[in-house]
Write a protein that binds this ligand. Sequence first.
Ligand code: TLP
Length: 350
Amino acid sequence: MSAIIDLRSDTVTRPSEIMRAAMAAAEVGDDVYGEDPTINLLEKRAAEIFGREAALFVPTGTMGNQIAIKLHTQPGQEVIAEARAHILDWEMATTAVFSGCLIRAVSTGDGILTWKQIEPVIFPKGGPHHAATGLIEIENTHNLAGGRCSSLETLEEIWAGAKERALPVHCDGARIFNAAAALGVDVKELTRGFDTVMFCLSKGLGAPVGSMLVGSAERMARARLYRKALGGGMRQAGVLAAAGLIALEQGPKRLHEDHANARLLAEALANIEGVAIDPDTVETNIVIFRLTNGVSAPELAARLKERGVLVSAFGPDAIRLVTHLDVSRGNCVDAADALTEEIETAVAAR
Ligand code: TLP
């Protein structure tokens, strides 16, 4: 392991020796013909774990989300999502480009959309003034809200309301296994009312590349065509799926360690003057804190980098830290010490 403590994202994990060995030995075929046995096995396992008919291996979470939006909507419709959703802030306006839809952003304090907030912004089909709602999208865990989880009760209300209004619901479950671990609910149960679910193998689960979309056989057959249209037909990608299978089977088991490490960081940060964070809101592996004494987040990130601690500056005064399998508890203690020293020095210098 390098001396760098990389807390920028859980996307930065490197494949383990076991994954590399499995990748080297993977049986492969041309997946555009449906002939890659390792991808076929990964799709079968993902479908089983989520209790669905079918699954599709996609190169990225972004592609999985955008294929799902295309599956559920018609051009000229709206997609309801939380105001800081990944599909809105980080997916290059692809919902507009590929599906021809607008996102109806709903602001929430804590990132958790409820049916009460969704219902008033649903516009029916055939109305004279408004674009009709085509889809509701829920991000669980919610990245920019600091890894907060939507509870099963909150989701059940949304599923019931959406069903009554005949609206599909998609889950951006990039980190759904983190939500399941934090809530103590099986992923199958936590996602059972969604029409489609995207989840990432390449985040906390530890695969180098890849995400999955799960849903009905009919939808996944159409999704396969959209994946091809977007340039995601990856041919002998069984080498990637081999790592994905290990991530899927083994990755979920250790996520509670990442959550405990995130909590450790949050508790250390809460003791620093000039930092705004409530450790009780840190439910999973993401810690977002604000600098309240005029210390610049990009400058702090640059100083930490010189000490071998990598963090993400989000805007002028916010920093994100993400724990994952390549940062140990000891690394997090060291990172907390570096953060404390650097913030205290910066505050004293003002
Ligand atoms: N998130 C990345 C960045 O894009 C911000 C990160 O470092 O957290 N949904 C959610 C909730 C995500 O957090 C991400 C990636 C995606 C979708 C997209 O996944 P990829 O990066 O595989 O396209």
